[in-house]
Design a protein around this ligand. Structure first.
Ligand code: APR
Length: 253
């Protein structure tokens, strides 16, 4: 009997055919809260602190929130089995591109390579004036408003604030992969934030299969574009999907 997992396992094994697309839900089992839904960050905090105009207008307040919500826990989270399963899929040669909306760098820490960080990363600070860039250190993050050691201007975490554009290279790579992918594996995203949430629609329009992993329905499931819905937590479903695809490799039905 061909279960959903077996159908999905068959679909993800095309060499270089898979676009992996992840959101905050994949890091929930690593202890990082999602943004929306039960216990989500935007239920506890007003996202204005990462709105770009506000960041320049109320820098001290915004930086205090950024440190409290992101950097104070930075490094405490570890990749979970879902991140490792995706890195293993990439090692098998099944993955064309991994696109994440997350800024936690957990895919890379699980061994994934060349990850497209569609919304940038917490793992880099940039100067708002000169070209200075560096990974965050306690020294660089010190002070109410972290300052560039080269020119003294304010530093900014290198993730995309509300009101900012998507890094061009990230957007190009993501949408180019979506146009040729034979399948997209959508993991842990509500599908509500543009333009990232267009990726599954582009894959579908170009004849690819949409596979989704989420304990709840998302805009994609509700919108009816999900072909295979593997309902459950990423940390539980993805290792099963990987095992099924590896078995498929050994004794294809
Ligand atoms: N496994 C898989 N999915 C999960 C899990 C889990 N253990 N727990 C929760 N989820 C799902 C939720 O059901 C929800 O659909 O993860 C999704 C998280 O949705 P959001 O919090 O909206 O995160 P995301 O879709 O990544 O948000 C997109 O919004 O605020 C911006 O820039 C921010 O990148 C973020 C973007």
């Amino acid at each position: 009997m061909n279960t959903s997992i077996q159908k999905a396992a068959e679909a993800i094994r095309t060499p270089g055919g898979l676009l992996v697309f992840t959101g905050a839900g994949i890091s929930v089992e690593s202890g990082i809260p999602s943004f929306r839904g039960q216990g989500g960050l935007w239920e506890q905090y007003d996202p204005a602190f990462i709105e770009i105009e506000n960041f320049y207008a109320r820098s001290e307040y915004c930086w205090a929130q950024i440190k409290k919500i992101f950097y104070d826990h930075w490094g405490a989270a570890s990749p979970n089995p879902a991140h490792y399963a995706i890195a293993a899929m990439q090692k098998h040669g099944w993955v064309d591109t991994i696109v994440t909306q997350n800024i936690d760098a957990l895919h890379q820490r699980a061994g994934a390579r060349d990850v497209v960080e569609f919304h940038g990363t917490l793992d880099r600070l940039v100067c708002t004036k000169c070209r200075f860039r560096a990974t965050p250190t306690p020294e660089l993050l010190s002070g109410a408003v972290p300052r560039c050691p080269d020119c003294g201007a304010m530093l900014k975490p290198d993730f995309v604030f509300f009101g900012e554009g998507i890094p061009e290279e990230a957007s190009d790579r993501a949408f180019r992969s979506a146009m040729t992918a034979s399948a997209i594996l959508v993991v842990g995203t509500s599908g509500e934030v543009m333009p990232a949430c267009q990726l599954p629609y582009v894959v579908k329009r170009h004849g690819g299969l949409v596979i989704e992993v989420n304990p709840d329905e998302s805009a994609f499931t509700r919108g009816g574009i999900t072909d295979i819905f593997l309902q459950g937590k990423a940390g539980e479903v993805l290792p099963k999907l990987l095992a099924a695809a590896e078995n498929e490799a050994k004794d294809p039905a």
